[in-house]
Design a protein. Structure first.
Length: 180
């Protein structure tokens, strides 16, 4: 793989991971190993993942709209169990989006030179992807820490929950309405 191809991948991945999610590494691994192509080849499996993702988004949105979501103003979990739950919740939310899988399956092969060592290229692109994702997620975390005081206000928290809930319900309905 040439430096210019790698640099183009870095630029592309950098722009793409500005919409963060811990499942991007999963999508990269699935597409790199060909499992993504298998899932895409099975219309039923893809439809099942799409419907499960849509239902999960609507459920999360309704929880926020009905006031049963995670309160932004609540103290941050200090134990490992709270952080683990937050990670799993974020992972499931991101993994429920089959469009990201489609994108990675379509994107990754564009940067692989079949005439060179494919495994080495996949490792280089995978490590690059994870490093870029880590940097972007750390930046998002730093920004979130700075706005925490603002979101601790009950009025702002209710507005944020309502807006986020409406967007999640809308995204779930939109995802369910799309034709695969």
């Amino acid at each position: 793989m040439s430096f210019s191809i790698w640099a183009l991948f870095v630029l592309t991945e950098g722009v793409l991971c500005l919409t963060p999610g811990p499942a991007n590494a999963l999508y990269f691994a699935l597409s790199a190993t060909g499992l993504g192509a298998v899932l895409l080849a099975s219309h039923e499996a893809f439809a099942l993942v799409r419907w499960m993702g849509a239902a999960y988004l609507v459920w999360l949105g309704l929880r926020l709209l009905l006031g049963r979501g995670v309160r932004v103003s609540a103290p941050a979990p200090t134990g490992g169990a709270g952080r683990g739950r937050a990670f799993v919740s974020g992972f499931v939310l991101q993994a429920a989006n089959p469009k990201a899988l489609v994108f990675f399956v379509a994107l990754l092969p564009q940067f692989i030179d079949p005439a060179a060592h494919v495994t080495v290229q996949i490792i280089v692109l995978g490590v690059t992807s994870v490093a870029i994702e880590l940097i972007v997620l750390l930046a998002y975390g730093a920004c979130a820490g700075r706005v925490r005081a603002l979101t601790a206000r009950p009025r702002v928290a209710r507005f944020a929950d309502g807006a986020a809930g409406a967007m999640l319900v809308g995204a779930g309905i939109g995802l369910g309405a799309t034709r695969a």
